[in-house]
Structure formats: structure tokens, C-alpha cells
Design a protein around this ligand. Structure first.
Ligand SMILES: Cc1ncc(C[n+]2csc(CCOP(=O)(O)OP(=O)(O)O)c2C)c(N)n1
Length: 792
């Protein structure tokens, strides 16, 4: 605990901060328990108590303590600060404090600053039709719900990037600190540029317990914890104890030291040109869990134990003796000293809160859409691949996208609101062109052979998908734009983080005071069909199955078949708002199908017939060959050339899908085709052989209500893979051109004996393929050299 001869707080200020803390604690307990009698103007009776008692007390008094002290330093040093509640289950604390500072009533005038407002504030908490129990999107000042633990620090760093004046105060639960994402997030300090970025002030809340267990960090020796945090590059300041007056003074002096240190680091970097990696301060607050709550209940210790985690006192209807305990607890905060007879916070306490948008509940950074500025986007058509005829060989679709992203980075360099995050794969994913204009931001040491590392840069790479996701989310939530590029298989690591972000978007879309933010864009390159060199572990296209579980109004999935389509799709994604866009694209040289003009039209429609590949013009097709994804499109077109040559009388229609959500009924997804439009493409009764990028089941899931669903036969990844040739990957999963043609023959009895003969020859081809690759270690020349030709 820092000591100094002159106390940081005058006795009067200390007393007022203590009273403010008591007020927040009182409001927190009120939210958990009271349906009426909010000012305790009369003795508590059973009818004053809510019937369902919900909420988390244990973390709440500590967070109230932190918030009150942050208010002091904000006001004293005129800080631009937001509050991230890692243990977001301490929702009552954040709600109480935003109410005390006045922002809550400004956003929700019905929750007024008087007795009637207090009653509603209490009643609505964790109540049907009211507000959730966490630091939910409904809470002013929150960018982090904290329902799923682990992401507070990464969100905070994302918020601090490119916000040089901002300090993000981030409360980290000591339980939360055990999660993988949080444990590695301490390293974020190797990526924060003290010149152009703001600061993150972690406050490790060492209240000792989780739900039913002690926490690891609270049960290792003090010096081991200190070494751990120092080892992560932090300069920890310890505030430890339980006696309020001493703790107020210790916290105030710790915060003064932390703010001074942050400002000194920034001056050194910004004015004096210091370039060495700074040791940013952090605070370790060791205080009792459930501090100031009931000490013992039913003969058991509560305060300072895991038993204080949720509601320490049970429903007095079942435990009548708890009613008096609750009243004692509430009265211990001396509400009559805190609120006047009308229920307003006493003026001398209200004066402690910062003013206007300096209040953490009103800081615009925590409602990022307010600050969102459009990106300057180059004309994506300038980056087009020249497609003189369908099938010309490309260089790799993401390699065409690279220069477009490079120019996005360049054009927005001055307004510093676009970043690309990735776990060490930006080059591998074909986006190396970015490094023609920017670098990877990196504050740790560099060596002569390093590439593209700099103190400041638009690309941020750490081998932690969790950090990339969390940083990007924090960056977007505070009003900026970005992209996460990742191997397709490993994006699953953030399945759960995506869930939480999608939930946040869904809820905030319905809150009129929350402004829309930029979409979260995933570019999944290095996909399943071209991970032949890495093998089975790297082959998993299931992220999109997961994504489509979420609300249709939030999720979009694109599988551009070639580079021009990828450019068109990415331009659209970077302009869009409040979505999660998933774009799956290849990085290896592959045929190009559409001119830029055709690509723009095709992507705008999202799905369409490719007339140049079809021969059913003016009539009904015998079969629809549908494809979605770059490799399935290639195999489909190769299958069409075989059909044209071997069974020329067949009328084949080729339908390509870019926008996966087109397949869902229009009643289910805003992009969905009407049934009439779907039938016009896929027919009402003809076989559809559908070659799909990912797991086949997804297509059935999306189309099961369509007229022709019974005739849709999907080929996709069926969990067959290994290190093999690119074409063999498709063969192993029956997605190759030979299987597709055999499928058509199987579905069309009218192909008769000639069809059977073709089928036999293709079966022989598959044997030949296997023998060839086993002997030569590469695909047969006719596969490698295959090129689209419209005429057989
Ligand atoms: C990822 C995740 N796992 C489990 C839980 C369930 N859970 C809710 S609170 C909690 C304990 C949290 O302890 P800590 O972070 O120390 O918070 P505090 O003690 O301040 O309440 C757990 C395990 C969760 N919310 N998120």
C-alpha cells in the first residue's frame, strides 16, 4: 500500500467519497432486493421485497469503490475515461453509479432522480420487462457486458487503440483472470503505442473468490503475484485491506500515482521522443468479497468468502429472520444522510461526479456509433482482375484484395480509424500488400531480420485469436472500422466471442440511444480446400454453421467465387453497419470467372444463373448445378465441361451463390429470396446438384422450406481430409467434378446406357487419380491444366 506523509484526501473529501460509495452500495442492494420503500421511510415489510431475488453482490461493493475513486481522478485531472467491468455480473454497481452521476436518468427519463425514480430503478433490475443483471447494452457507458468472462482487457485495449486522450479503466476479476483470453491479454501492453494510442489502466480486483472457489491469484504469495504481473511488463500498485478509511486513502494515492505515471509515459513518448517500451501502471485491489455486506448469516461467514457471490440473504418469505438482517444491512449505509426526503442525492455528494461527457456513463467513446466516421474507400473496381474470358488464371483472390486493403489503410491513415487484426497470418493469407503502406504495430524488441514491425502501424498481430477478436470488438465498439483475417479452421477459437458480440449487436440495434457501429468483418482465407499441405487439423469450414445460428438481422455470410467478386463483397462489408460479415476466400491461384462489371451485378444479386456456363437458355433445365465457394465453383464448372462433352443433349443450368443467406426464405432473413425467386432459379422439380464450400447440412438447413428441397443434393466437406493434393481433397469428400457428374447421371435416368457408360469411365478416372497421386505426389496433368471452355 503506498504511503506518504501528506494524505491524498482531505478528511472532508474522504468522508464524501465514503458517502458516495455508501450511496452506490445502497442502490445496489436496493436493486437486488427492494420492490418498494426505496428510502426506508418506514420499517421494511415483506411486501417491500422482490419475489425473485437475483444479482451478484460479491463483486459489487469493490466496483462501487473503484468507480467512486475513478470519479475523483477524472474530475481532478479532467480525464477522458471509460469504465470496463470485467466481472460484468456486477451490473448493479454500474447501474447505481450511472444513476448517481445522472446519466441513467438522462437516457431513461422515467428512472428519475427522486423517490419514484428510485423505486423504478430498484424494481426494474433483473425483473421481467426490466433490465438484465449484467453491465448489459442497456447500461449507459458500457461497451462490455461481462456476462462471459475473459474479454475485458482485450476490449479495453481495442478501445484505447488510436484514442490518444482516452484512459480505459478496466476492472479484471481475479476469477476472470484465470480464463485463457484474459491470461494472455496482459501481453496487450506490447502492442500499445504511447504516442498515438490511449492508455489502459487494469484494476485487478482481488476479492479472493469465484462462485464457490478461491481464486488462484489470491492464493499465491504476494511476491509471486507481483513477479507475475511485473513479468507481463506491468508496474503493479497494491491497494490492500478492508478498513474503509485506510482503503480510501490508499486507493486515492494509488490512482494519483497511476495517472501520474500514465501521463509521464505519454509525455516521454510524445514530447521527448522516448521509444523504449513503457511499463504501464496497474492496480491490484485486494478487498473482501461482499465488502460491507452481511458478516454472518445462518451461522456462516458471508463477507470475505465465496458465499457473498450472489444474494447473501434469502427470500424473507421463506426465511423471516432475514428481513431484519436486510433492513440492518440497508440502514448500515445511512440512506438518510445520502438522499434528501425527495430521494435526490445530496448536493455535496452529487458534486463529486464528473460533469457532462466526462461522466463515464456519458462518455461518447462508450457509444461508439456517435463517433463513427465513414471510411475513405478507394474505388474497388480499380483493383479488378482482367477477365477476358471466363476461366483465365488468377493469382489468388486474397492477393488481389491485398492492394485494395492497402489503399484503405493508406486513405484512412490520417483519420486513424481502420485496423487489420490477425494471428500472424496477414502475409500467409495473401494480404502482404498491406505492408507496402503500413507495418505491424509492435512495442517489444526488434532484431535486424524482422519484417514490417514498427512502433505504430495499421496491422496488429498476436498469436491469439482471442486477442485479435477482442481488440477488434473494442475498436469497433468505440466507433472505428476493421477486419480480422484468420485461417478458416481456427476462427472457431472465437466462436463464443462472436456469440457475445452478435448478441450485443442484436440488443443495441433496438436501443434508440445507441448508434450503429461498423460491422465486424471476418476474412477467412486459407480455407478447408486449400489446406492440403497442413492436413486434417487445418480443415474445418464449420464457423459459418455457427454464425447462422444468430439473428438474421445481424449475420451475413459471403463466399465470393473469384477475385472480382471478393473485391465487390469486401467493399460492401466495409461500408456496412452493425453486422457480422463473414467472407470466405481463397489465396491460391485459381480460375477467374466474372468481369468486374458482371461481378458487381452478381454480388448485388447475391445469387444468379451464369448463362455463359449454362445451356438451358429459353427452356427448362434437366439439372441445376449449383455452387457456392471458389473451389466448389471450379469443380462444378469442370463437371459442366464433362457433361457438355459426354452428354451434350442435357440442359444444364449453373447457379452460383455468393450471399449464402439468399437461400433462406425472405421471411427468415432480410436477404432471403422469395419462394418465387428461389423457384425461378432452382426450379420446382428438377434435380439440383449443389457443390458447397462447407458442411452439406447447412444448405439443407437453409433451404428445407423451399418447394424443391427434396431434389437438392448437396456435396460439401464431410470431415474427410489429410495431407494430400488439392484435387484429392475434393475427391475424398465427393465434391470433385467426377463425382458431381456421376451424381447428375444418377439423378437423371434418361441418360440411359450412355450415362452409365460415362459413369463407368469416371469411376475408372477416380482410380487413375488415386494411382497417379500416390505415385507422383501431385494431381494428374489433366486436372492441373484444366481450363474452362464453353464449347466441348
Ligand atoms: C467464461 C465464463 N465461465 C464461467 C462463468 C460463470 N461465472 C460467473 S461469475 C464467476 C466467478 C467470477 O469470479 P471473479 O471474476 O473473481 O468475479 P467476482 O469474484 O468479482 O464476482 C463465474 C465462474 C462465466 N460467467 N463466464
Amino acid at each position: 500500500m503506498p504511503t506518504s506523509d501528506t494524505p491524498t484526501l482531505t478528511p472532508d473529501l474522504l468522508a464524501r467519497i465514503d458517502a458516495y460509495w455508501r450511496a452506490a452500495n445502497y442502490l445496489s442492494v436496493g436493486q437486488m432486493y427492494l420492490a418498494d420503500n426505496p428510502l426506508l421511510k418506514r420499517p421494511l415489510v415483506l411486501a417491500d421485497i422482490k419475489r425473485m431475488l437475483l444479482g451478484h453482490w460479491g463483486t459489487t461493493p469493490g466496483q462501487n469503490f473503484i468507480y467512486a475513486h475513478l470519479n475523483r481522478v477524472i474530475a481532478q485531472y479532467d480525464l477522458d475515461m471509460i469504465y470496463v467491468s470485467g466481472p460484468g455480473h456486477g451490473g448493479p454497481a454500474v447501474v447505481a453509479n450511472t444513476y448517481l452521476e445522472g446519466t441513467y436518468s438522462e437516457v431513461y427519463p422515467d428512472i428519475s432522480q427522486d423517490e419514484a425514480g428510485l423505486r423504478k430503478l430498484f424494481l426494474q433490475f433483473s425483473f421481467p420487462g426490466g433490465i438484465p443483471s449484467h453491465a448489459s447494452p442497456e447500461t449507459p457507458g458500457s461497451i462490455h457486458e461481462g456476462g462471459e468472462l475473459g474479454y475485458s482487457l482485450s476490449h479495453s485495449f481495442g478501445a484505447a487503440f488510436d484514442n490518444p486522450a482516452l484512459i480505459v479503466a478496466c476492472v479484471v476479476g481475479d476469477g476472470e483472470a484465470e480464463t485463457g483470453p484474459l491470461a494472455t491479454a496482459w501481453h496487450s501492453n506490447k502492442f500499445l503505442d504511447p504516442v498515438h494510442d490511449g492508455a489502459v489502466l487494469p484494476i485487478l480486483h482481488l476479492n479472493g473468490y469465484k462462485i464457490a472457489n478461491p481464486t488462484i491469484l489470491a492464493r499465491i504469495p504476494h511476491d509471486e503475484l507481483e513477479q507475475l504481473l511485473c513479468g507481463y511488463g506491468w508496474q503493479p500498485i497494491f491497494v490492500e485491506g478492508h478498513e474503509p478509511a485506510a482503503m480510501h486513502e490508499a486507493m486515492a494515492s494509488a490512482l494519483d500515482a497511476a495517472v501520474a505515471r500514465i501521463q509521464a509515459i505519454q509525455v516521454q513518448a510524445r514530447k521527448e521522443g522516448t521509444t523504449s517500451r513503457p511499463r504501464w501502471p496497474m492496480i491490484v485491489l485486494r478487498s473482501p468479497k461482499g465488502w460491507t455486506g452481511p458478516k454472518r448469516v445462518d451461522g456462516q461467514q458471508i463477507e470475505g468468502t465465496f458465499r457473498s457471490h450472489q444474494v447473501p440473504l434469502s427470500d424473507p418469505a421463506a426465511h423471516p429472520e432475514h428481513l431484519a438482517l436486510l433492513e440492518d444491512w440497508l440502514r448500515s449505509y445511512r440512506p438518510q444522510e445520502l438522499f434528501d426526503a425527495q430521494g435526490r442525492l445530496m448536493r455535496e455528494l452529487a458534486d463529486l461526479a464528473p460533469r457532462g461527457s466526462r461522466r463515464m456513463g456519458a462518455n461518447p467513446h462508450a457509444n461508439g456509433g456517435l463517433l463513427l466516421r465513414d471510411l475513405h474507400l478507394p474505388d474497388f473496381q480499380r483493383f479488378a482482375v482482367d477477365v477476358s474470358a471466363p476461366g483465365v488464371r488468377g493469382v489468388g483472390d486474397t492477393r488481389v484484395l491485398g492492394p485494395f486493403l492497402r489503399d484503405v489503410a493508406k486513405l484512412n491513415d490520417a483519420q486513424r480509424n481502420f485496423r487489420v487484426f490477425g494471428p500472424d497470418e496477414t502475409i500467409s493469407n495473401g494480404l502482404a500488400a498491406l505492408f507496402e503502406t503500413t507495418d505491424r504495430q509492435w512495442q517489444a524488441a526488434t532484431e535486424p531480420n524482422d519484417e514490417f514491425l514498427a512502433l505504430s502501424g495499421r496491422v496488429v498481430e498476436m498469436l491469439s485469436e482471442h486477442q485479435c477478436e477482442g481488440w477488434l470488438e473494442g475498436y469497433l465498439l468505440t466507433g472505428r472500422h476493421g477486419l480480422f483475417n484468420c485461417y478458416e479452421a481456427f476462427i472457431h477459437i472465437v466462436d463464443s466471442m462472436f456469440n457475445q458480440h452478435a448478441k450485443w449487436l442484436k440488443v443495441t440495434a433496438r436501443l434508440p440511444w445507441r448508434r450503429p457501429i461498423a460491422s465486424l468483418n471476418y476474412l477467412l482465407a486459407s480455407h478447408v480446400w486449400r489446406q492440403d499441405h497442413n492436413g486434417f487439423t487445418h480443415q474445418d469450414p464449420g464457423f459459418i454453421d455457427h454464425v447462422v445460428n444468430k439473428k438474421a438481422e445481424v449475420v451475413r455470410v459471403y463466399l465470393p467465387p473469384d477475385a472480382n467478386c471478393l473485391l465487390s463483397v469486401m467493399d460492401h462489408c466495409l461500408r456496412s453497419r452493425h453486422y457480422v460479415n463473414v467472407v470466405v476466400a481463397g489465396k491460391h491461384p485459381a480460375p477467374q470467372w466474372l468481369t468486374m462489371e458482371a461481378a458487381v451485378k452478381h454480388c448485388a444479386a447475391g445469387v444468379g444463373i451464369w448463362p455463359w456456363a449454362s445451356n438451358d437458355q429459353g427452356g427448362d433445365p434437366d439439372v441445376v448445378m449449383a455452387c457456392c465457394g471458389d473451389v466448389p465453383t471450379l469443380e462444378t464448372l469442370a463437371a459442366v465441361t464433362i457433361l457438355r462433352a459426354q452428354l451434350p443433349e442435357l440442359k444444364v443450368r449453373v447457379v452460383n451463390v455468393v450471399d449464402l443467406m439468399k437461400l433462406q426464405p425472405s421471411s427468415e432473413h432480410p436477404h432471403g429470396l422469395t419462394d418465387a425467386a428461389f423457384d425461378a432459379l432452382f426450379t420446382k422439380d428438377r434435380p439440383v446438384v449443389f457443390a458447397f464450400h462447407a458442411y452439406p447440412w447447412l444448405i439443407h438447413r437453409l433451404t428445407y422450406r423451399r418447394t424443391n428441397h427434396d431434389n437438392i443434393h448437396v456435396r460439401g466437406y464431410k470431415e474427410e481430409g489429410t495431407i494430400t493434393t488439392p484435387f484429392d481433397m475434393t475427391v475424398l469428400n465427393d465434391l470433385d467434378r467426377f463425382h458431381l457428374v456421376m451424381d447428375v447421371i444418377h439423378r437423371l435416368p434418361q441418360t440411359g446406357p450412355r450415362g452409365l457408360e460415362v459413369k463407368r469411365r469416371l469411376e475408372a478416372k477416380l482410380v487413375e487419380h488415386r494411382q497417379y497421386i500416390n505415385r507422383h505426389g501431385q494431381d494428374m496433368p489433366e486436372i492441373r491444366d484444366w481450363a474452362w471452355s464453353a464449347s466441348p
